[in-house]
Structures are given as structure tokens and as C-alpha cells.
Design a protein around this ligand. Structure first.
Ligand SMILES: NC(=O)c1ccc[n+]([C@@H]2O[C@H](COP(=O)([O-])OP(=O)(O)OC[C@H]3O[C@@H](n4cnc5c(N)ncnc54)[C@H](OP(=O)(O)O)[C@@H]3O)[C@@H](O)[C@H]2O)c1
Length: 338
């Protein structure tokens, strides 16, 4: 595993991080792993050199069990039981208090992340993750206008002074990387976690120059377009009960996806790549602006092949240019129009 500096935080992150949205039961993904299988995965990730674990207050959260934070709690229990807290960089996220993803246009910081909510969620995450301090806390949605309010910055600074959160980051609304430019230019935020993949290359032009100028670390989430960029979703795929991707890839989207992935597969052989997931992850790691990429992993086979991509080999400039023709900008998230 190779490591990259996370912008001005100077934290060294494994190039492949572990996305854990779907590791436990989640209302958007359906059934997760057994605790034992998850613990085996987390251990294997660490044994292979992984140190970057991405979770969120909201992963696994459901209306009927509002006090439980399954993904964070699973990770906390694992790290505590195995005495490995010092081996990992923990990144988690504060949910919008109104539970609206993305943050609607007229949102304010006060209506989305009021002061007491920030404090309460940090305390919840510390408790769930069984730790005294978090390396990075992200705001789970973002609009640039939030930057104009001041109170939240004071709250964050106080929490940092108390030793509870080392660095603060933001996760701009899906496919809207431009919605954080002013915030990043101001300098308080150290990390941005955003969508960036072969289909969604907008961050290269809108975001990367800004993060470079301000030395902000980038983490690329949903790098496989929710599995679309793995080539394993076909016309015959039937998603399991509760898996939001039955909507994400509904109707005409599925044949369109398969058509596009078939074209991408034509690039594999001539570039010595074994599958589409490898191409998708190598594409992201070919940009030095990105510190780490976090595929969602709940299967050992996927984990091992994803980690193997961190071997220093990047794509040729010629291939990166060819991949520009494969962009497919859209927003299929079912809750996007809520
Ligand atoms: N900040 C945000 O708002 C935000 C948004 C989305 C995600 N995230 C974070 O980013 C992580 C990754 O995003 P994601 O999980 O939504 O989407 P993703 O990583 O694009 O896709 C996950 C899917 O890819 C499959 N997969 C992973 N590696 C594979 C491989 N080598 N071969 C074939 N299939 C493979 C998984 O398979 P299985 O179904 O078999 O497990 C899963 O279905 C999340 O877990 C979460 O931590 C953050």
C-alpha cells in the first residue's frame, strides 16, 4: 500500500481507504455483513497496510433505531477489541439535522448544522467509535453560502481546542463540486470529500485548482459509481431488497450503463488492466491532487483487489485523455429531488 499526504493536515492516508456505508445493515443498501465478516475485512484491510477508514453518523442509521449508529459502532468495537485505534485515521461525518441529502438551495448553516447539533454529533461519534479524538470530521452536505456564517467556525475551533476533532472537512452536495470554492478559499477547511470518477470528471477543472492553491486534501468517494464502474452490473442484475441501486440504475439507465461499460472494457487489454474496477481506481489515483480513494467494500475479494491497485502505477496521459470522452454527468440518486 502507498500513502499520500492529506493536504495541510499532514496526515498520511493509505491510497485506498475503506468505505463503510454498506458494511452494516443500511436502509439504502439492505443487508450488511455479519459482525464477524466485517471484523475479518477490517483486519485484512489493516494487515494489507490500509489506515484510512471512512464512516458517518448516518451509515446504517434508521428512523426506528435513532440512537444507533451501526457503521461507526462496528468500527469502534473492532478497534477497541483489537487495540488498533492507533493504526488508523478515522474520518466520520455530521449529518444535516433535517436529514436532507443534498442540502436544498435555501439552506443555511443554522438550519442544516446548528451549533448544538455539531456538538451533539461529535459527542455521538466519539462514543460510537469509542475514541477520545477524531482525525477528521466532515459536514455531510455542503453549500458554499454556509461559509458566510461564522458561528459554526467558532464551534469547530472550540472542539479542536478540546482535542475532540483534529481537522474539519466538507462533503459538497453530490456532483456539485463548485459548491465549496469560497469555503476552501477561506482556509479553515482542510479536507474535501467529493464524488470523482470516470463518469464524473467535473472536479478536475472546478475543484482541483482550488484545493491545490489552498493545500486542501481530496478524498474521492463513490469512485465506482455505486458499482456501475465495476462492469459487474449487467442487464440481468437484480438488486437485493432495500438496495437503492434498483432506483439508481432503473429503466433506461441500465442499458445505457451497460453500453458505456462495454465501451470502457475495450480499453482494458491494450492497457494491461484486468478489469473495470481497476481502471476506475487507477484513473482516480492518477491525479496527484487526490490523497485517497474510498471504494465501498464488504467482500474480501473486492477488498484485496482494490488494495492491490495501490502499487504506484498510474494511467498514461493518452489513456486519461481518452477517458475524457467517457464522462456521463448526471444525478441518479433517488433522494436527490427530495
Ligand atoms: N461524502 C458522501 O456524501 C459520500 C457519498 C457516498 C459514499 N461515500 C463514502 O464512499 C464510500 C464508497 O462509495 P459507495 O460505497 O457509495 O460506492 P462505490 O464505492 O462507488 O461502489 C460500491 C459498490 O462497488 C462494489 N465494489 C467495490 N469494489 C469492487 C470490485 N473490486 N469489484 C466489483 N465490485 C466492487 C461494491 O460491491 P458489493 O455490493 O458487492 O459490496 C459496492 O456495490 C462509501 O462506502 C462511503 O464511505 C461518501
Amino acid at each position: 500500500m502507498n500513502y499520500r499526504r492529506l493536504g495541510k493536515t499532514n496526515l498520511q492516508l493509505s491510497e485506498i481507504g475503506m468505505g463503510t456505508w454498506q458494511i452494516t445493515d443500511d436502509p439504502d443498501w439492505g443487508k450488511g455483513n455479519s459482525e464477524k465478516d466485517s471484523f475479518d475485512l477490517l483486519q485484512r484491510f489493516i494487515d494489507l497496510g490500509g489506515n484510512h477508514i471512512d464512516t458517518a453518523w448516518a451509515y446504517g442509521w434508521s428512523d426506528d433505531k435513532p440512537l444507533i449508529h451501526p457503521s461507526e459502532e462496528l468500527i469502534g468495537k473492532f478497534l477497541k477489541n483489537t487495540h488498533q485505534r492507533d493504526k488508523v485515521v478515522l474520518v466520520t461525518k455530521i449529518p444535516p439535522i433535517n436529514h436532507l441529502w443534498p442540502a436544498p438551495e435555501n439552506s443555511t448553516m443554522a438550519s442544516t448544522f446548528p451549533k448544538q447539533h455539531i456538538i451533539d454529533c461529535v459527542e455521538d461519534s466519539l462514543r460510537s467509535l469509542q475514541t477520545d479524538s477524531l482525525e477528521v470530521m466532515l459536514f455531510h452536505v455542503w453549500r458554499d453560502i454556509f461559509n458566510e456564517e461564522e458561528e459554526w467556525k467558532e464551534v469547530c475551533k472550540k472542539l479542536t481546542k478540546e482535542g475532540k476533532v483534529q481537522y474539519w472537512g466538507i462533503s459538497p452536495n453530490y456532483f456539485e463540486p463548485e459548491e465549496c470554492i469560497n469555503t476552501l478559499n477561506e482556509g479553515f477547511i482542510s479536507v474535501v470529500q467529493c464524488m470523482f470518477h470516470i463518469f464524473h470528471q467535473k472536479p478536475i477543472k472546478t475543484l482541483f485548482p482550488i484545493t491545490k492553491k489552498n493545500d486542501v486534501g481530496i478524498v474521492a468517494c463513490a469512485p465506482l459509481d455505486e458499482g456501475g464502474l465495476t462492469g459487474s452490473i449487467t442487464l440481468d442484475t437484480i438488486f437485493e431488497a432495500g438496495d437503492f441501486r434498483a432506483d439508481y440504475f432503473a429503466g433506461d439507465r441500465l442499458p445505457e450503463l451497460v453500453n458505456r461499460t462495454d465501451k470502457l472494457k475495450e480499453l482494458l487489454g491494450e492497457n494491461d488492466l484486468s478489469n473495470l474496477a481497476e481502471l476506475a481506481l487507477r484513473f482516480i489515483l492518477s491525479f496527484k491532487e487526490v490523497s485517497s480513494v474510498i471504494p465501498g467494500m464488504r467482500k474480501m475479494k473486492n477488498l484485496e483487489s482494490n488494495v492491490a491497485v495501490s502499487d504506484g502505477k498510474i494511467l498514461t496521459q493518452k489513456l486519461i485523455e481518452k477517458l475524457e470522452d467517457h464522462t456521463w454527468e448526471r444525478n441518479f440518486y433517488p433522494w436527490a429531488s427530495d
